[in-house]
Ligand binder design. Structure first.
Ligand SMILES: Cc1cc2nc3c(=O)[nH]c(=O)nc-3n(C[C@H](O)[C@H](O)[C@H](O)COP(=O)(O)OP(=O)(O)OC[C@H]3O[C@@H](n4cnc5c(N)ncnc54)[C@H](O)[C@@H]3O)c2cc1C
Length: 367
């Protein structure tokens, strides 16, 4: 019998394998596609932030920065002595119209309680800080400018976690697990992302297709933060000399990962040009689509022990934030498995009892 089997070698599987291996567990990670062609993490935007409503999500975002900032020490290996995640700490800027403002004022109390280090300004003052913005229709905005939010390269981060886990003894193997009961191990961790329902059919997590466009513009602002325009649902950030922009549209039951090209002209470009008038001159240069691991109950993570099994733990349902939450989730699951309870960030509000009781704990900040 194996000690630990992790199903899925994506970012959650790799982070969990790393933390469990550090505790001396013998971990096998079973991944059906080691090229990760359709996995969510390589298709993500790489963003990490602490601007959330719920305290757990704020604290997971804070830990993401702490962890990523230290990987040159913690994840260095013989073969990779200088691991990096290519962090770009440009910050986040979230823009709220009157329809979202009240909720945001409540969120700010949680930011304060968690010492998140965010700043809030009325929309009328936005141009003093972000000269490129058209604040029309906005009421308020929250941002960071102290290098505590930004984005990373998801591939490099995954590689560093995986290589360190392997150095600590974990084995990554190619394989497709059809049923959770096929695994014989003391501890099983399901980290199957948006495909979790195939293994555990009582978990309400499904693939939700999201499209990202690559665009170029004669005017480039390399210092621009990752900006989320809540009224339109469009978000964007610089990428090298270009920009990436996410569509607010999403699709369940999408048969393939062909980008929804129509979204660009119909939704994304108009929203970008409204908010940043210089984006009127954009040119589309490319794009891709990926699946969010969408928790259809409340858009929030599902983490913990599955109550119907003796030895099955799981983490999924991150709905657009699994990359940044991976370090905190990997650490938290390891604490739960090793000691029976969380020792650092209390993740018990993400447990499966709420799912089966259909008690929503909605995180409103889905971008
Ligand atoms: C367009 C887009 C933008 C995003 N932007 C961000 C962002 O800016 N910041 C952020 O934090 N998050 C973002 N996300 C979300 C993030 O990518 C996901 O939440 C995260 O990757 C989930 O990690 P995971 O390891 O659970 O899933 P995945 O990365 O999908 O990995 C799961 C793995 O499990 C394997 N697997 C599944 N079933 C089985 C099985 N039965 N047997 C063997 N292997 C199996 C799959 O092949 C896959 O490799 C974005 C996602 C998309 C699509």
């Amino acid at each position: 019998m194996d000690d630990v089997v992790v199903v899925g070698g994506g970012i959650i599987g790799a982070a969990t394998a790393y933390f469990l291996s550090k505790e001396g567990r013998k971990v096998r990670v079973i991944e059906r596609d080691p090229t990760y062609k359709k996995a969510s993490f390589p298709l993500s935007l790489g963003g990490f932030r602490r601007q959330f409503f719920q305290k757990e999500n704020i604290n997971l975002g804070k830990f993401a920065l702490e962890f990523i900032s230290n990987i040159s020490n913690t994840l260095k290996t013989k073969d990779n002595p200088n691991p990096t995640a290519s962090m770009v700490p440009n910050g986040y800027l979230l823009l709220f119209g009157p329809e979202h403002a009240q909720k945001q004022y409540e969120a700010l109390k949680n930011h304060k309680a968690c010492e998140a280090g965010t700043k809030n300004i009325p929309a009328s003052k936005l141009k003093e800080i972000f000269s490129w913005i058209n604040p029309e229709g906005l009421e308020t905005a929250t941002y960071t400018d102290s290098k505590i939010e930004g984005w990373i390269d998801p591939h490099m981060f995954h590689n560093a976690l995986k290589n360190k886990a392997i150095e600590l003894g974990a084995k990554f193997e190619k394989g497709n697990i059809e049923k959770i009961n096929d695994i014989k191990a003391k501890t099983i961790v399901s980290a199957a992302g948006c495909w979790t329902k195939e293994l555990l059919d009582d978990i309400p997590v499904v693939p939700q297709k999201h499209t990202v466009f690559r665009v170029k513009c004669p005017k480039h602002y390399p210092d621009m933060p990752l900006t989320g325009d809540l009224p339109s649902g469009v978000y964007w950030r610089p990428e090298g000399k270009e920009y990436l922009a996410g569509s607010p549209n999403s699709k369940f039951d999408a048969p393939d990962l062909e980008p929804e090209w129509n979204d660009f002209e119909e939704l994304v470009w108009p929203a970008l040009a409204k908010r940043v008038p210089e984006f009127e001159e954009l040119k589309l240069t490319g794009g891709w689509a990926g699946y969010y691991d969408c928790n259809t109950l409340d858009n929030n993570a599902i983490v913990g022990k599955h109550p119907k099994y003796e030895n099955v733990f799981m983490a999924t349902g991150f709905t657009g934030r699994g990359l940044m939450q991976a370090p905190g989730i990997g650490r938290g699951l390891t604490e739960l498995i090793m000691t029976g309870k969380y020792q650092t960030i209390d993740l018990s509000s993400f447990d499966l009892d709420r799912i089966f009781a259909k008690q929503k704990r909605t995180e409103p900040y889905v971008l």
